[in-house]
Design a binder for this molecule. Sequence first.
Ligand SMILES: *Cc1c(COP(=O)(O)O)cnc(C)c1O
Length: 395
Amino acid sequence: MFRNKKSDFALPENVIYLDGNSLGPLPKAVPSRLQNMVQDEWGKELIRAWNSAGWMSQTGRVANKISRIVGAADNTITMGDTLSIKLFQALSAGLKLRPKRRVVLSDSGNFPSDLYVAQGLLAGLGDDYTLRVVAPEEVMDAIDETVAVVMLTEVDYRTARRHDMMKVTEKAHRQEAVMLWDLAHSTGAVPLSLSESNCEFAVGCTYKYLNGGPGAPAFLYARPDILEQATPILTGWLGHAAPFDFQLDYQPANSIERFRVGTPSVAQMTMLDTALEIYTDVNMHDLSQESQRLMDIFIAEIEAKIPDFRLTTPRAHEGRGSHVSFCHEAGYAIMQAVIEAGVIGDFRAPDIMRFAVTPLYIGEDDLRNAAEIMKTVYDSGIWQEPRFQTRNAVT
Ligand SMILES: *Cc1c(COP(=O)(O)O)cnc(C)c1O
């Protein structure tokens, strides 16, 4: 049975927070731990803290906490930078594993940053490289013997549609392509088994479902047997075999650490480390079962109360992640009015309203109340007022 952990989070009163897929809320243990890191470790230990407070080994410790959540073995994940950068490293390393091939395959459900990263990298590699983007349903058929790397985001950031990781990876391998998964909307939301999936690479971020805070470091997984041939184009001193020998030539570390670049952001890593304590005793299958049950309730409530909203999330549990989205042509304005009424979700162009269902701190009552508030806002027509029409920089 899944146990709600709402009391571990510092959620404001009068807010129903359904945006944990974009920025997870603040865990209560984080502020005092961060203060301790800043005042005692940085303030008193100064540079000695890299050793005495374990700042240098923190990256590996935090990475192993993530491994347990995504079903990977210890020491197969490293942390740092942002997801876009980790994706760049994994994709570049993947391309080097298939030097004769020139195609990266992705889909139109991918988050644009992933496609931009691929476009930038391929442009730098030469004119003969191409990024092939197909519809999500067409991915399986599009994997052929020309593809070097299949680069997909498992859970669609708009609709929550979920790829079948096992099946797609198997097809990629049958065509001898490298498989790279982006787990941004999966990590901490759905059960994963990176080891079983057999994919070569996976990347993800930690400020969404893992509640690591804005700007929290990203992670990168590489399958142990390909590590020796896997060299990221973006290399830095902390990925060197012996960073403190200060040699002039780059020698990759003999471990997943070769994907590290520069100095870790210790404050962010400390916040994430503390936030991950919440996951220590969470069984991802139980959590996911609860989130699917809650999603069914929320969908039924909204469909009964607001027939004008059209569901874009799949109804089948195995075919979706952990957020629900509806579309409506006035989605942006409606969402702003709903947020003002205390239900925080978000909007994705052109017409999608997203609501994350995060059983760690969201329960059945929250979702029923949210649906009721949304109905009141929608029926009132208040969202037609001009002040709700102006778009903010961050939607
Ligand atoms: C959230 C998200 C990103 C964001 O990347 P950052 O480098 O952390 O800003 C990238 N890709 C996907 C699929 C995402 O969901």
